[in-house]
Design a protein around this ligand. Structure first.
Ligand SMILES: CC(C)(COP(=O)(O)OP(=O)(O)OC[C@H]1O[C@@H](n2cnc3c(N)ncnc32)[C@H](O)[C@@H]1OP(=O)(O)O)[C@@H](O)C(=O)NCCC(=O)NCCS
Length: 314
């Protein structure tokens, strides 16, 4: 079969979105596969985040699959990778992974990762061919929004004047650098702001330096979907007060969700981040989906016991 791979274009997005829903809906055995994901959007949000980092696979001039690549500075991720079920097991995903791996290399990514089905030998085997190794599980958790915090000092990226945003992004970069050298969420923060997908919550200490940040999606057409606020990435500054800052960050996210009239807060945590995972369980988060994080190289990266980070690499 002749599979060709090219950049994914804006005009492909409707078809790519349909294939994405059909692929996951079929994998999960849904009665109507197209209902997968509800009104949450991944294909559009990822494409508009960085249009040149998305790939399309075609057979006989027809789109049959896509994949998206994410740049977090020294950390790189990819997904969702989806292929139309009629085309499974014909080598389409492997073709899409070729430019994906090449782009991550071109960016000089130090630590690459992905989230996949822990129970699927095919998924693990596919990614292992490209140098990714399964490590700890990642739990995607949620809780009802019920806390309200009045004393905490937090702000939102959207409130910053255009001219002050560069300085704010520098503060975010210096914070994430304490978690993992070179980790940089600028792309994610700006994408959420530019596309109106949610906001970034910022926790400041008494010296007005940044101690915590959380990139949140909420509502339909975001990666959260209606009625949900999803913390796509959250981090507390590394150091002796990290655990306390993490608690403050979760309090602020819950208060933010409440202020938007949202009833559910969701967030992913790799269980290798033992302390963060424990704290989330203690706060009433319950796992509704779990997968495994695959890493390249086969090193922990920031999935370490005392690292207070929320993300799920989906
Ligand atoms: C997962 C998915 C993207 C794979 O796409 P695909 O085009 O069928 O995959 P490919 O045919 O390119 O490659 C599959 C590889 O896995 C290998 N594989 C299959 N079963 C395996 C097993 N039990 N152990 C090891 N490897 C296995 C195949 O042998 C093949 O490699 P090979 O051709 O070198 O032998 C596709 O099935 C899909 O869209 N699924 C639903 C959505 C999804 O789960 N996306 C991925 C989320 S992380």
């Amino acid at each position: 079969m002749d599979v060709s791979v090219r950049p994914l274009m804006e005009g492909d997005l409707d078809t790519a979105d349909r294939i994405y829903r059909m692929a996951f809906g079929t994998l999960l055995g849904l009665a109507d596969p197209m209902t997968f994901g509800g009104d949450a959007s991944y294909v559009r949000t990822r494409w508009f985040a960085h249009p040149i980092a998305a790939f399309a696979a075609e057979v006989d001039g027809k789109l049959v699959g896509s994949n998206f690549v994410t740049n977090w500075g020294s950390v790189g991720l990819f997904g969702p990778l989806t292929v139309h079920p009629d085309m499974w097991d014909k080598g389409v995903a492997k073709r899409l992974l070729e430019p994906t791996v090449a782009l991550l290399e071109e960016w000089g990514i130090k630590h690459a990762g992905l989230f996949t089905s822990a129970h699927s030998p095919k998924h693990i085997g596919l990614y292992q061919k490209f140098g990714y190794w399964p490590r700890f599980l990642t739990a995607i958790m949620s809780k009802e929004v019920n806390r309200t915090v009045t004393t905490l000092k937090w702000s939102k990226y959207s409130e910053f004047a255009e001219d002050d945003r560069g300085e704010c992004l520098d503060a975010c970069r210096s914070l994430t650098n304490t978690v993992y050298p070179g980790l940089d969420l600028q792309w994610e923060i700006e994408s959420v702001n530019k596309q109106g997908l949610g906001d970034t919550i910022l926790i400041w200490n008494d010296d007005d330096s940044l101690d915590g940040l959380a990139v949140c999606h909420y509502g339909s057409a975001s990666e959260a979907g209606s009625g949900v606020c999803h913390i796509k990435f959250g981090a507390a500054r590394a150091g002796p007060n990290s655990g306390q800052t993490f608690d403050h960050l979760l309090d602020a996210c819950e208060a933010f969700a409440k202020s938007k009239g949202i009833s559910r807060l969701s967030a992913g945590v790799n269980v290798g981040r033992r302390e963060a995972y424990r704290k989330m369980l203690t706060r009433g988060f319950r796992t509704y989906l779990q997968g495994v994080a695959m890493h390249k190289p086969d090193e922990p990266g920031y999935n370490q016991p005392d690292v207070y980070v929320i993300d799920d690499w989906r």
